[in-house]
Design a protein around this ligand. Structure first.
Ligand SMILES: NC(=O)c1ccc[n+]([C@@H]2O[C@H](COP(=O)([O-])OP(=O)(O)OC[C@H]3O[C@@H](n4cnc5c(N)ncnc54)[C@H](O)[C@@H]3O)[C@@H](O)[C@H]2O)c1
Length: 373
């Protein structure tokens, strides 16, 4: 059986709309199921203008079995992107995150168990790793590390081993044992394992893609719980400095959404990737401070400087960036958009976008719950 018709759950979201474009450009027919949740799409909950007219959009909740069953009609493969995506928010909207993320995927897999498709790709996340991988001066690998509350209160941000030696972060491969530091991470790991286990049992090909920090056009600027780069952009567009936790030297890995979209298509097509979890990122590390400065520069917002808060968010990790060699080998995929190109492209889209900056409300919400120290 060859794949022609693809259902993207969460297909009206940021990554979903790009995956749809990628699939349409490669000759697939695309249906999207999306609840157009207000936090992402605003209260009007209209079909987003960025979503290609060639996408058949069904509006509704992934947990609605009847609707999902209709959405799966004549579908050969599924890309499951539905999730609530706020790491901090997941720490207090516990029932809702578990219901949508874990429960939504459970509903999907239950229907697929009765009516399997050829292939399923599920969106996982770098958050399943918790802290990335580290090495000490003897070249030994160190993992499953945590920073103590005392250290964080003293602004001692880096990672140290039991002898007090500062550790060096190194690229994190898929073999690193997950260390879940938020309810969001738990839900992504659950979605990943549930999908791989059940797909195997019912004879479907399946791949979990662990996306790192994804950026690009269409990301919901007004959603303060989404990606760091769009949060910075939303503040800069409102004439405010990006707010940075800790000292800004924490390292992350930023990947263009176009590279994420091509990885999704290749994962759908690749027989070699079956049963695997793969890191999808640029493979380059960058400090959060650097990315804030680059955002300011790319939006030509002279006079603004990133603002260091010196504060720490519960569940935040110090450094994590990807080893992408497995995805490169298995999918024959490579990131092709440089950060410079990607930021230019983002700036072009941001030009003309208006947005509210809701970051202070989000921060106050976390602080009120003792989740910002
Ligand atoms: N953006 C990133 O940096 C990143 C990183 C790692 C993993 N991911 C994962 O990628 C996937 C897509 O993320 P995104 O950045 O495009 O987020 P997004 O919020 O833009 O898209 C998610 C979409 O799911 C929809 N949705 C939410 N709840 C739903 C429900 N109950 N039923 C139907 N639709 C519902 C939303 O309306 C939204 O359009 C998510 O699974 C996320 O966990 C994203």
């Amino acid at each position: 059986m060859s794949i022609k018709h693809v259902l993207i759950t969460g297909g009206a979201g940021f990554i979903g709309a790009h995956v749809a474009n990628e699939l349409l450009a490669h000759g697939y027919a695309v249906r999207a199921l999306d609840a157009l949740v207000p936090q992402v799409h605003g209260n009007s909950r209209e079909r987003p203008p960025y979503l290609s007219n060639d996408v058949e959009l069904m509006v509704g909740d992934i947990r609605d079995t009847n609707l999902l069953s209709k959405a799966l009609n004549n579908i050969d493969a599924v890309i499951n992107l539905v999730a609530l995506v706020g790491v901090g928010q997941s720490m207090y909207q516990i029932a809702e995150y578990t219901s949508v993320n874990n429960g939504g995927t459970a509903t999907l897999m239950e229907l697929l168990s009765a009516q399997p498709v050829e292939a399923i790709v599920v969106a996982s996340s770098m958050s399943v790793y918790g802290e990335g991988l580290y090495r000490n001066s003897k070249g030994e690998t160190k993992f499953a590390l945590n920073r103590s509350l005392e250290d964080l209160k003293r602004s001692r941000w880096e990672m140290y081993d039991e002898d007090g030696e500062e550790l060096t972060p190194i690229p994190t491969p898929e073999t690193k044992t997950p260390a879940l530091a938020s309810l969001y991470a738990l839900s992504k790991y659950d979605q990943e394992v549930m999908t791989l286990v059940l797909a195997r049992a019912y004879g479907m090909r399946a791949v979990a893609l662990r996306f790192f920090n994804t950026y690009g056009p269409f990301q919901a600027l007004a959603n303060p719980y989404t990606g760091v780069l769009s949060n910075f952009a939303a503040r800069v567009l409102n004439g405010k400095a990006p707010l940075i936790y800790e000292d800004g030297l924490q390292k992350r890995d930023f990947v263009s959404v176009y590279d994420v979209a091509s990885a999704c298509r290749l994962a759908l097509e690749s027989k070699a990737a079956d049963g695997q979890a793969l890191n999808i990122s640029s493979g380059q590390s960058m400090t959060v401070g650097e990315i804030a400065s680059k955002t300011i520069r790319c939006l030509s917002a002279r006079g603004l400087e990133p603002e260091l808060t010196g504060k720490y968010r519960v569940g935040d990790i110090r450094h994590c960036f990807a080893d992408i060699s497995r995805a490169q080998q298995v999918l024959g995929w490579s990131p092709s958009v440089s950060l410079e190109q990607g930021l230019e492209d983002l700036a072009a889209w941001l030009d003309g976008q208006e947005t509210h900056d809701n970051s202070m409300e989000a921060r106050a919400e976390l602080a009120a719950r003792g989740l910002v120290l």
